[in-house]
Design a protein around this ligand. Sequence first.
Ligand code: SF4
Length: 369
Amino acid sequence: MQALKSIKGRFGKNRIIMSKDIEASTTNSSNGAKKKRPHAIALFSGGLDSALAILLLLKQDIEVTALTFMTHFGCDATSDRSSCGSNPYPMADKFGFNVKLMHLGQKFVDIVVDPKHGRGANMNVCIDCRMLMINEGARCMEMMNADFLVTGEVMGQRPMSQRKPVMALVDKETDLGGRLVRPLSAKLLPETLPEKLGLIDRNQLEGISGRSRKRQMELAKEFGLDEYPSPASGCLLTDANYSRRLRDLLKYTAEINFTDLNLLRLGRQFRIAPECKLLMGRDENDNKALMQYSNKEVYTLEARETGSPFGLMYGSPTEEHLRIAASAVARYCDQRDNSEVNITVSYRGQDRVLTVSPAEESFLKEIRL
Ligand code: SF4
């Protein structure tokens, strides 16, 4: 925050000082001093648009440091194909720019819990997300003494965050004093400060708008960018099933933590009662992953006499809740056709066996998350 204030102080409130600052740090051909190469921080998802934004700058001999964000919601750009992003390194290696990874951690969780600018069709908070990323980029810009910030946004491309009025709102709330540049749509947007100062040549930027990627593909060809990921649909917050689980978590948990969030991705899940939830592996990998979360404070359930999902029961279940959970585990074990199944319930190092009938599928459907 301090860093951002300092940006606003230097570059937002006093444009004359800002211009002098930048000019002093760049060129002075009259006295023969060497021109400083402009330096941009670029928000880089690893996708085509943000790559092209960077390439348009590199073409103008602008130094670029790319910033790739990660969150707990699938935007692990280095490994998660369901995210807004993709692995940033192949392109960075090919075109010779640096990438810095930054995990948004609790800051991102906070906007997901309480978004100022609402949600999209599911739990996605794209406007707050853009603002957070731009603010973090601005912090980085300040720390690295860079000249401006760049995004690969294309006007009108995404329904929530890339409409013109929303982009204007993002500009207003992040207030980088005109130092936010969107090279792909630059010619359709007001001139930015680095353009005015001659750090970037506006004529070499683009005027792309809308959802067609025709111009981007032409540019990719020009730049020799032959391999790039197809446009991703968004992070896990855009997924209806994940969003249902997250909504449930927020409804029944006063303070969520990173473990709660990580668990949302795993296995089958059932809301047994407001105070307890059952998680159950769908396959061996799920079972192994869930076992890593078992500890003395969590109930575990499994049919030890046969092939069985591994179940974890969170919260403070009553005996009745435990029997319901045991019958759900019985429904998915290899003895599901038996009239009764023995399920071992463990808690605080104590094992006991509950003999239950497998739950009806119709009942499980009602409580499934
Ligand atoms: S889908 Fe929206 S909320 Fe998710 S990472 Fe992308 S912009 Fe952010």
